[in-house]
Design a protein around this ligand. Sequence first.
Ligand code: F6P
Length: 529
Amino acid sequence: MSDYLSKLDSHAARIKETNLRTLFAQNPERFAEFSVRFDDLLIDFSKEKIDAPALAALFDVARAANVAAARDAMVGGEHWNLTEDRAVLHMALRGGANPPAGDNVEGTLDRFLAFAEDVRTGRYAPKTGRFTDVINIGIGGSDLGPVMVARALEPDRDGPRLHFVSNVDSAHLTDITKDLDPAHTLVVIASKTFTTMETMINAQSARQWLRDAVGDEAGQHMVAVSSNIEGAAEFGIEESRVFGFWDWVGGRYSIWSAIGLPVAIGIGAENFRAFLAGAAAMDNHFINTPFEQNLPVILALVGVWRRNAMGWPTVALIPYDQRLERFPAYTQQLDMESNGKRITRQGAPVATSTSPVIWGEPGTNSQHSFFQLLHQGTDVIPVDFIVAAESRDGASEHHTTLLANCLAQGKAFAFGRTEDEVRARMAKKSAAQEEIDRLAAHRVFPGDRPSTTILHRRLDPFSLGRLIALFEHKVFVQGVVWNVDSFDQWGVELGKELAVNLLPSLKDGSSADHDVSTAGLIAAIKGLS
Ligand code: F6P
């Protein structure tokens, strides 16, 4: 373990001897001491198994890891992405940092927002009528950001309907196009590299779908977003409809670029600019706020505490917000593609655990599926809740009930219910002694299970931008603490390469030097199809 992380050990040993009930009983100021605010955004981490000396030690970890210097290097345009030798400047897309000299960020933003407005107003339209629907074809960062944001900001959408096709499985494109009219559909091909196998195959099939319906007009129905302008041109997209971005924007950090085009078509330029402004507000907070009040730094350190000091390998991310239903999937790529690494920036094996497994589903639905395990299973799984004080749909029984459930779960995880309490409650309800003896153990909630609650006023373009940037910076800080390159993704390469090599065997049965399992599966597929 890194020297600075091993300094957490003694604190962890102390904390493992206590529990959340005791920590709360000992300190009536716990909420005030273990929560932080930035405007209407609040992070309550008082239900984490942490105390003041442990928190102080975590801030020491951030200082020992030189988080501030790393942040300044990234913001200053140094090639912080070492293995790909690139700057990391997605913050420049929203005014949070300066772009490299010569890269016209403002002009590019103006251009794709103007195109979005043209589609919305019908200035850019198909031969008859208007574009009523937009299909975004992309995968990974060219899908998860746009689809997550589109779902989250559905109340702001007054433009065409937005659809997303990512999987190379034909089912995805088939089922999305089933009810769409190609004559009124615009297809956005989104791919930073414009070489991703799945996206290229889906783009070809979508083009065929358009051609079958509108013939030569199909070209007018297609636009591309890419940093590979030549690749998009080769595919046949007219230059005026190719929207570029730069190699200093990582795929999973690209929603702020023209990758946000479908969102902008849906919600309009003004809302899109509010989304960028929310992220810039978080950038400013991240850069200028002391660690002790710095939301992304604190969120990151709580994660380090869970992972490295307490040894918990997964995190459940539970938005109590249906419109954030794709936020866990988005965060999976952000966290796990960034920090799921086992080699340090210097090329040696890491000496510590890195990214936890992130997973989750919105509440309240998840309460009725996997929360049983979270409450009474044999593993401790820390939970991050995200919830808004207000609903975009107005005050109602729905939202109060949603909030009550969110807070109830955090309480139940932290404080549980002891066997004595179970027995007393059952006796009060006049249960027979035999019944109490039979069921008491089953009805115990061990509690002492940590959670953090991220609360904001409401989910809108500004607050969503701020929330995403909060998570981006959290991931950055953790990557610095773990000393990994958070901006490469070599771990996706082998599978891509092997898939290309497997195609001939699956297509025409040509033999290759496959292991017996793979050869057996190929033979079985041939036998079944
Ligand atoms: O799967 C890896 C990856 O490179 C992601 O990092 C990226 O977001 C995704 O593929 C899609 O890449 P592209 O935008 O170049 O099609």
